[in-house]
Design a protein around this ligand. Structure first.
Ligand code: ADP
Ligand code: TRP
Length: 330
């Protein structure tokens, strides 16, 4: 069976975009592949989080992923730093990662611009750690979007370089994977572009948002001044509201507002009210599971322990084989 690896940012509380764009794929993958999903806490240290924040974020992300349906019995769900073998592989790969190529990484240049006072070596070698994450389990598939394509290319580069250097065919070449379909793009509430954490206040609806917060965000969503004539085309803002409805509302509701738009009787206030209620209906059970999970110390600890055990077995094997290939047998 093919192996899938994906890292999950430890600061990323899930919004509906993450849910429909990534989470649903993960859920499907865990039934079909040998999956490793880990919370990337080492990676997050590049931004120097406070210890209490780090702890809270990691637990929150774990609680959210479990609430969405990632199943520790089906996939290996672990915390990155629970498997320190990755740090050794990272060290070994660093010997063949060159300053020039690391400096050319788009993500590095962007981060260096954004945090000029904290251009640390961890930031520079972020792609090497990411390569180690993936190669540690000899993954062939990595479910990531376009923004990570360059990192994946670097992973292939580092793996191939290792293979050539030691004249082995050890690391497979990992490729981006999303079941071959087009990536779903969930729009935000601000009238333009996708839903995202950093797209501004109120643009994203999070899985932990309360009913009132969801109502407020949706009621403030951008629309337009209404259809000018029957069958006029929809503006991007209104198209986005319909796209969100398509994710959470019933066919009947969608048909109703579709028709109302066509015959110009639509009232966006009513549409948004309905959309908010349908989002609430969709999110409530997930949010309740998140809250239950966060309260249940032993559930979180058990999930982490199961993941740690399985991930370390896989990691131990790889690191032992890599040491052997390098000649560390004295
Ligand atoms: P954000 O844009 O909020 O920072 P991330 O980049 O952390 O979100 O998203 C992690 C993954 O979630 C992405 O690789 C992508 O697959 C998915 N994702 C995020 N936002 C959306 C969206 N609006 N529509 C579809 N998928 C999304
Ligand atoms: N860099 C990824 C992101 O920013 C997270 C990540 C770290 C990752 N290691 C990984 C993704 C390994 C896939 C595989 O979202």
């Amino acid at each position: 069976m093919e192996t899938v690896v994906s890292g999950i940012r430890s600061t990323g509380n899930l919004h509906l975009g993450n849910y429909f764009g990534a989470m649903l794929n993960f859920i499907r993958m865990q039934n079909e592949f040998n999956c490793f999903f880990f919370i990337a806490d080492y990676h997050s240290l590049t931004t120097h989080p406070k210890p209490a924040d780090l702890r809270r974020n990691v637990r929150q992300v774990l609680a959210e992923y479990l609430a969405c349906g990632l199943d520790p019995a089906k996939s290996t769900l672990y915390v990155q730093s629970d498997v320190p073998e990755v740090a050794e592989l990272y060290l070994l790969l660093n010997m063949n990662a060159y300053l020039g190529e690391l400096e050319r990484a788009t993500t590095f240049k962007e981060k260096a611009r954004k945090q000029p006072d904290n251009i640390n070596a961890g930031l520079l070698t972020y792609p090497v750690l990411m390569a180690a994450d993936i190669l540690l389990h000899k993954a062939s598939k990595v479910p990531v979007g376009k923004d990570q394509e360059q990192h994946l290319e670097m992973t292939r580069q580092f793996g191939n370089r290792f293979n050539r250097m030691y004249e082995v065919n050890y690391f497979p070449e990992p490729v981006a994977f999303n079941f071959g379909g087009a990536l779903v793009k969930v729009p935000g509430l601000d009238g333009a572009g996708k839903m995202g954490k950093s797209e501004g206040e109120g643009n994203a609806v999070f899985l932990y948002d309360s009913d009132d917060v969801i109502r407020k965000k949706v009621m403030r969503a951008v629309s337009d001044s209404g259809p000018a004539a029957p069958d006029s085309p929809r503006s991007e803002a209104v198209e986005n509201l319909f796209a969100l409805m398509a994710l959470v509302s019933t066919d009947e509701t969608i048909r109703f507002f579709d028709q109302a738009y066509k015959d110009c009787s639509i009232r966006y206030g009513d549409m948004k009210k309905q959309l908010a209620e349908d989002m609430i209906r969709f999110i409530t059970p997930i949010r309740e599971r998140i809250e239950d999970n966060l309260r249940d110390e032993s559930l979180l600890e058990k999930a982490m322990a199961i993941g740690r055990e399985k991930a370390r077995t896989s990691a131990d094997k790889t690191v032992a084989e890599v040491r052997e290939i390098i000649g560390m047998r004295y």
